[in-house]
Design a binder for this molecule. Structure first.
Ligand code: AGP
Length: 594
C-alpha cells in the first residue's frame, strides 16, 4: 500500500505534492519522490521520509507534478527503487500503488525490444510500455499499456510538454479532488482535504485525463460521468478511513489483506516456491522463532506443519532461544517478524547463521534488517500496520504459513485444491465476523468491568487463546492469561471466581467434547464463560453465559475467523475503558532493544 498524488493547476506543484505526501505517509513511508514538469520533467526521490526529502529537495517551478510515498513490495527501499519511475527518454514519469503480477514477463519482453531498466520494481514496466505505445495521445498510450498489465494498480502519469495528467485504477483506490482552476489526483482523501472537499471516487477500469479546468473519465473506451461527493471528515479522521482508531481500520482491512497476500503467492510472479527450508532434502525438523504476536503465529504454524506434513516442529521464543544450547542439525528454521527489526529475533537469525542453519524469514516490512540477514524472505502483504497492537499482520502471517505448507511436495493435489478453495473463501468468512461487530462490542461492554480474564483453547486454537489474551492485555490493561484449556485444572483453577470471566474458543474439531467438559468444570467454580463458537452450535448455548458466533470453516482455518472476533473483543473492551488504543502505554510498535 503506497500513497500517490498528482497536481495540475496554476500554483507551484512542489509544496502541494510534499504536503499531500506527508498526509499519506500512514500508507507507506520507506521512500518517496516527486516529479514536476515545466519545460522538461524534474525528478527527485530517495529512500527517506517526506520530512527528510523536503530538506534536500531543489526548488522545482512547474505547476504540474506527481508524487509518491512507498511501501515496498518489489525491490528494497532505495533511491533507485523509489517512485516516480520513468522511461528511457525521461519524458514519461509514473507513480503507482499496487502490484503488477506479470511484470517479469513484460520486463523481459521490453528488454528484448531495447528498453533499459534501472530498478528492481514491478512498476518500472509501466512508463516503458507507455513509451512503446505512444503515438501522440498520452491517454491512448496509457490505455494500451494497461492492456498488457495483470494485477492491481492506481497510477498517475506525467509527460514532458503535455498540459495534462492521466490516471487510472484497478483494485487500488484513486480519487480526484476538484478545485478552482486546479485539480488533484490522490490515493486517499487526507492528501487533498486541505485544498478541497469536492471528491470523485474513480471506479475499477477508469482512466481519467485531468487538466486545470477539466476532467474526462472513460472506461472501456467510453466517456462516463462519475458522481461528485462532499467530504465532511477532518484530515486525521480521513487517514483512519473514517474509523476511530488505526487498530479498528486495520482489523477491517483483513479480508483485503488475505486476498492480497494470497494473490501475491498464487500468481505468476511468485508461484514457483523453492524455499530451501521447505525442501525435504535433509530437513528432518523445523524450528520457528519469533516474539509476541508473531510467536503466536509461529505456534499456529507448528500445528499446521505437523498436522499436514508430519514434520516435527519447535516453535520457540526468540528471546529465549538466544540463551540456551541448541541442536540444529538437519533443522530448517523460520523466523517471523512484522517489523523485521525486533532485536531478539535479529539476534536469533544471526545465531542460526553462525551454526549454518538455513533461515527463512516471514516479514511485513520490505527491506527491514531481518530481510537483509535471513537466507530467504517471504513478505506478507499486510501493508503498513500503524497501531502498536498487531492485527492484520498476524492474519497475513497465517496466510503465508498455510501457503508454505500447501506448496510443500508432501501435500497431495486433491488436499491442495480443497485447501486453496478453503483459503479463497476466508475473506468472506472473515467479513462475516466483522459484520457481527455490534454483538461483540456488547460482550466487550460486559467484559470491560473485570480486571482478571482467562482465555482457553485447544489444539490449533491454543495459540489463539494466547493471542486473545495478549491483545486484551496490550490495549485494555486488563490482566489476561491465555491457557491450553486442559491446563487450568493443574493450578490456575485456584484463581477462578465470579470475578474472573473465561473466554473459551470452542471449535467443532477433535477438541470439541474436551472443551465442553472444561467449560462445565469452570462453570462449577463460579466463573462466567464467554464462548467463541461456530454457527448453529446449540450445545454451547446451554453452557456458556454468552456466545460470540463465528462462521463455520474447515477447522484448520478456524484461527482466521476466531482471531478477528478476539481482536474486536479487545478493541471494544479497551474503548469501553477509554484507553489510548493505537499507542498503548509502555509499548512500541517495534522492539529494537533486547
Ligand atoms: C503485538 O501486538 C505487539 N506489538 C508485539 O508483541 C509484537 O508482536 C512483537 O514485538 C513482535 O514484533 P515483530 O513481529 O515486529 O517482530
Amino acid at each position: 500500500m503506497c500513497g500517490i498524488i498528482g497536481y495540475i493547476g496554476e500554483r507551484k506543484a512542489q509544496p502541494i505534492l510534499l504536503n499531500a505526501l506527508r498526509r499519506l505517509e500512514y500508507r507507506g513511508y520507506d521512500s518517496c519522490g516527486i516529479a514536476v514538469s515545466s519545460s522538461s520533467i524534474e525528478v527527485y526521490k530517495d529512500a527517506v521520509r517526506v520530512g527528510e526529502l523536503v530538506k534536500a529537495l531543489p526548488q522545482f517551478d512547474g505547476t504540474i507534478g506527481i508524487g509518491h510515498t512507498r511501501w515496498a513490495t518489489h525491490g528494497e527501499p532505495s533511491q533507485v527503487n523509489a517512485h516516480p519511475h520513468y522511461d528511457c527518454t525521461g519524458n514519461i514519469a509514473v507513480v503507482h500503488n499496487g502490484i503488477i503480477n506479470n511484470f517479469q514477463r513484460l520486463r523481459q519482453q521490453l528488454i528484448n525490444e531495447g528498453h533499459t531498466f534501472v530498478s528492481e520494481t514491478d512498476t518500472e514496466v509501466i512508463p516503458h510500455l507507455i513509451e512503446k505505445y505512444y503515438q501522440g495521445s498520452l491517454e491512448d498510450a496509457v490505455e494500451a499499456a494497461l492492456g498488457d498489465i495483470e494485477g492491481s494498480y492506481a497510477i498517475t502519469v506525467l509527460m514532458a510538454g503535455e498540459p495534462k495528467l492521466v490516471a487510472a485504477r484497478k483494485d487500488s483506490p484513486l480519487i480526484i479532488g476538484i478545485g478552482d482552476r486546479e485539480n488533484f489526483i490522490a490515493s486517499d482523501v487526507p492528501a487533498i482535504l486541505e485544498y478541497t472537499n469536492r471528491v470523485i471516487y474513480l471506479e475499477d477500469g477508469d482512466i481519467v485525463v485531468v487538466t486545470p479546468h477539466s476532467l474526462k473519465v472513460r472506461t472501456g473506451g467510453t466517456e462516463v460521468e462519475r458522481e461528485e461527493h462532499k467530504i465532511s471528515w477532518s484530515i486525521e479522521e480521513a487517514q483512519k478511513g473514517g474509523y476511530e482508531h488505526f487498530m479498528l481500520k486495520e482489523i477491517h482491512e483483513q479480508p483485503k489483506v488475505i486476498r492480497d497476500t494470497l494473490a501475491g503467492y498464487v500468481s505468476e510472479a511468485e508461484s514457483v516456491f523453492d524455499l530451501a527450508v521447505m525442501r525435504d532434502d535433509g530437513v528432518e525438523s523445523m524450528l520457528i522463532l519469533a516474539c509476541g504476536t508473531s510467536y503466536h503465529a509461529a505456534l499456529v504454524g507448528k500445528y499446521i506443519i505437523e498436522e499436514l506434513l508430519r514434520i516435527p516442529v519447535r516453535a520457540e521464543l526468540a528471546s529465549e532461544f538466544n540463551y540456551y544450547a541448541q541442536t540444529l542439525a538437519k533443522t530448517g528454521a523460520i523466523v517471523i517478524t512484522q517489523s523485521g527489526e525486533t532485536a531478539d529475533t535479529l539476534k536469533a537469525i544471526k545465531r542460526l547463521k553462525e551454526v549454518g542453519c538455513l533461515t527463512l524469514a516471514i516479514i511485513n516490512v520490505v527491506g527491514s534488517t531481518a530481510s537483509r540477514i535471513a537466507d530467504q524472505t517471504i513478505y506478507t502483504r499486510a501493508g503498513p500496520e500503524i497501531s502498536v497492537a498487531a492485527t492484520k499482520s498476524f492474519m497475513a502471517q497465517l496466510v503465508v504459513l498455510y501457503w508454505l505448507v500447501m506448496s510443500h511436495s508432501k501435500v497431495d493435489a486433491r488436499r491442495l485444491a480443497s485447501m486453496l478453495l478453503g483459503l479463497r473463501q476466508m475473506p468472506s468468512k472473515v467479513q462475516q465476523v466483522l459484520d457481527n461487530e455490534d454483538k461483540i462490542s456488547e460482550v466487550a461492554r460486559y467484559l470491560s468491568r473485570y480486571e482478571d480474564v482467562f482465555f482457553i483453547g485447544r489444539g490449533i486454537n491454543f495459540p489463539l487463546a494466547l493471542e486473545g489474551a495478549l491483545k486484551l492485555k496490550e490495549i485494555s490493561y486488563i490482566h489476561a492469561e491465555g491457557y491450553a484449556a486442559g491446563e487450568l485444572k493443574h493450578g490456575p483453577f485456584a484463581l477462578l471466581s465470579g470475578d474472573t470471566p473465561v473466554i473459551a474458543i470452542v471449535t467443532q474439531d477433535n477438541t470439541y467434547e474436551a472443551m465442553l467438559t472444561n467449560i462445565k468444570e469452570i462453570k462449577a467454580r463460579g466463573s462466567p464463560v464467554i464462548a467463541l463458537a461456530g454457527e448453529g452450535d446449540e450445545a454451547i448455548r446451554e453452557l456458556a453465559d454468552s456466545v460470540i458466533t463465528v462462521p463455520r470453516v474447515n477447522a484448520i482455518f478456524s484461527p482466521m475467523v476466531n482471531i478477528v472476533a478476539l481482536q474486536l473483543l479487545a478493541y471494544y473492551t479497551a474503548k469501553e475503558r477509554d484507553c489510548s488504543i493505537d499507542t498503548p502505554r509502555n509499548l512500541a510498535k517495534s522492539v529494537t532493544v533486547e
